[in-house]
Write a protein that binds this ligand. Structure first.
Ligand code: CDP
Ligand code: MG
Length: 150
């Protein structure tokens, strides 16, 4: 089992797509482990996007991600990090494949609706940035045997 961090970015919340996009993760059979509506501060944005802070487009990204509330969630499932990245699709909504979240709802490189951790190290680091251990609600999903067998 893996856990990954998902952020529903300000464009997602403002466009009233949060429920539909959370629904896609539920339909896929992933467990919701943590979920909150919150405002990203500039300090939090710099921590989360540490790898991008030096890039020319970072100030615009920070302006976007802090402009309006986001929904942060942790989802869990077998190979969840890769599965969620593939569900989210390529960065630019104009290039993301149809059937992916960005491909179905996005037309922008920056306002691409969703963030998802890109590997195990990023998932661990990013979950710790957004949630305390007490906010992660572990439970045994009753449908497991019907979704994964065993
Ligand atoms: O989110 P993802 O891992 O697909 O892309 P990234 O290359 O790690 O970039 C992080 C985020 O920065 C993207 O999701 C976009 O919202 C934003 N971005 C941007 O504003 N301008 C770019 N030229 C590239 C990315
Ligand atoms: Mg990235």
């Amino acid at each position: 089992m893996e856990r990954t961090l998902v952020l529903l970015k300000p464009d997602c919340v403002q466009r009233r797509l949060a429920g539909r996009i959370i629904g896609r993760f539920e339909e896929k059979g992933l467990n919701l482990i943590a979920l909150k509506l919150m405002r990203v501060t500039p300090e939090l944005a710099k921590r989360h996007y540490a790898e991008h802070v030096q890039k020319g487009w970072y100030p615009e990204l920070e302006g976007f991600i802090t402009a309006s509330p986001i929904v942060a969630l942790v989802v869990e499932g077998p190979e969840a990090i890769r599965v969620v990245r593939e569900m989210v699709g390529a960065t630019n909504g104009l290039k993301a494949a149809p059937g992916t979240i960005r491909g179905d709802f996005g037309t922008s490189q920056q306002m691409n609706l969703v963030h998802a951790s890109d590997g195990p190290e990023a998932a661990k680091r990013e979950i710790e940035i957004f949630f305390t251990p007490a906010e992660l609600c572990e439970y045994a999903p009753t449908l497991r045997q019907w979704m994964h067998g065993g």
